[in-house]
Design a protein around this ligand. Sequence first.
Ligand SMILES: Cc1cc2nc3c(=O)[nH]c(=O)nc-3n(C[C@H](O)[C@H](O)[C@H](O)COP(=O)(O)O)c2cc1C
Length: 162
Amino acid sequence: MKKLVVFYSCGGNTRLLAEDIAISIKADLLELKPEKDINSKGLFGYIRTGWQAMRGAKPPLKPLHRNPGDYDVIFVGTPVWAWKQSTPISTFMEDHMPNGKKVALFCSHEGNSGSTFQNMKRMSPDNEYIGDMEFFAPLKKDRIQTIASAMKWARSLMATVE
Ligand SMILES: Cc1cc2nc3c(=O)[nH]c(=O)nc-3n(C[C@H](O)[C@H](O)[C@H](O)COP(=O)(O)O)c2cc1C
């Protein structure tokens, strides 16, 4: 089975999870990059980014360097912004996600993931969702333990489909 881990990360937390999940299940990695950089730093950056997530913005992405359609299982990881998925992930789920795949979702947050997973599933409904898991931002707390549990989660999901 071909496996892909797709992610967007602004501050590195979701990237860390995505990289270790990919190692644990021997998957390829696809990092999403918006055409225009998103800066969520500082108060104004935080408010602007959160507002864009709240109103459901979908920023255009740079060309994807892997074709998700080539894979059987796709993990998708996002930071939580304003209780939702990040805006580049909205673009991916609506405009680039193929149908008919086995899909697992993960997110990193600092306390409340809100409707992140429900939204993502709604945006790309014609897939089989095999699991979802949220993680507290690993760069802020319990880095080693969080990575270990992410790797364990991914391997256990793969054991149910391989
Ligand atoms: C604009 C903005 C909005 C956020 N909203 C939430 C939120 O609603 N709930 C939450 O638990 N964390 C929230 N966070 C914290 C991030 O989800 C958390 O730091 C995440 O791990 C960042 O991932 P990254 O480092 O991969 O970008 C928010 C962060 C930003 C920048």
